[in-house]
Design a protein around this ligand. Structure first.
Ligand SMILES: NC(=O)c1ccc[n+]([C@@H]2O[C@H](COP(=O)([O-])OP(=O)(O)OC[C@H]3O[C@@H](n4cnc5c(N)ncnc54)[C@H](OP(=O)(O)O)[C@@H]3O)[C@@H](O)[C@H]2O)c1
Length: 300
């Protein structure tokens, strides 16, 4: 039992941030404040163990915020810059900023906004759904709900969730696992968004071929970037993705249908940019990036 009581600010009360904030509030071990764009005094959390409703303190004006031990940054990646006023007020030199966003370049994404604060990259595996502004649901997907690097900062992040039914694993090879997560994202998100079809579309023969081409490029870039991926990684990942539930959507699919901007630049964009840095051609992903960026900008 850990008696450490931290001050924690959660920026972004959507599917993932709402679940994290509600779970930490329910755990009762930390002082949690939610930073959002609308005031809320309670959050309803649906989880397999049963539904709970927790009181939550929210701030809507960054001027009311002051430095905390932990910031959980849980906006979509493209909204990071818009969270700068929050980050500026919440971060001191000892603050740790856990970036609970998809993508590969967590530190580069937030460093311009956090002064001397420490970045803790994470991988989120749980499915979080915002049913209403004050109502979220968690579905546990894998063995771990989240993953952090096996470093002092990563272990401190895991300790935050010690008394909460959200499991945080630690990995000494975070880079490889972050790339594996990105590989799933660069297949599932653009294809479901551009076709406006749920994941059943991934079973289509032509889409299976496209999946393989996306993954072959992704594996080449990931390896150049230091990921420890075997020769049959693309094939195994394609098989894995082919088994996803046909009726599942994706974050980019739902954002497309809702007319919201897409995380295309943080996902496929990161792959293309890192590929270009290493001199690895990524023609298929570059084309998908152009298409998803165009949809995103039309929505934006
Ligand atoms: N959902 C999942 O199952 C899942 C799984 C794994 C990883 N992820 C990743 O987790 C990250 C968060 O995704 P999500 O699904 O939770 O997104 P989401 O449901 O769209 O929630 C994002 C939240 O950020 C808020 N926000 C945006 N800009 C803000 C700002 N400047 N200040 C304060 N709040 C701001 C939004 O507020 P408004 O409501 O006012 O717009 C919204 O509540 C993404 O990188 C996503 O790819 C998601």
């Amino acid at each position: 039992m850990n008696d450490y009581k931290a001050t924690v600010a959660v920026i972004g009360l959507g599917g993932i941030g709402g679940v994290a904030a509600a779970s930490l509030c329910h755990g009762g071990c930390h002082e949690v404040v939610a930073c959002g764009r609308r005031p809320l005094d309670r959050l309803r959390l649906e989880r397999p163990e049963g539904e709970v409703e927790v009181p939550i303190r929210t701030l809507t004006d960054p001027q009311d915020a002051s430095p905390v031990d932990w910031v959980l940054l849980v906006t979509k990646a493209q909204d990071t810059a818009s969270a700068a006023p929050w980050l500026e007020r919440l971060c001191g030199p000892a603050t740790r900023v856990a970036v609970m966003q998809n993508g590969i370049d967590h530190a580069a994404r937030v460093k311009p906004f956090i002064g001397e604060a420490i970045v803790v990259p994470t991988i989120v595996y749980y499915n979080g759904e915002r049913i209403a502004p004050d109502h979220v649901r968690i579905r546990h997907i894998g063995d771990n709900d989240m993953l952090a690097p096996d470093t002092e900062d990563g272990r401190a992040f895991a300790a935050l969730f010690e008394n909460v039914p959200i499991s945080v694993g630690l990995s000494a090879d975070f880079t490889t696992l972050a790339w594996r997560k990105l590989m799933i994202n660069v297949v599932v998100n653009p294809i479901t968004a551009l076709t406006r079809l749920r994941q059943g579309v991934l079973q289509h023969t032509d889409i299976r071929n496209l999946t393989r081409q996306i993954l072959d490029e992704a594996v080449a870039v990931a390896r150049a970037d230091g990921a420890d991926l075997k020769d049959d990684e693309a094939e195994r990942m394609a098989q894995f993705i082919g088994g996803f539930p046909e009726d599942a959507g994706s974050s980019m699919y739902f954002d497309t249908l809702a007319g919201r901007p897409l995380e295309s630049r943080a996902l496929t964009g990161a792959l293309v940019e890192i590929g270009s840095r290493h001199g690895i051609p990524t023609p298929v992903n570059t084309s998908l990036l152009a298409l998803t960026n165009a949809v995103s900008d039309a929505n934006g």
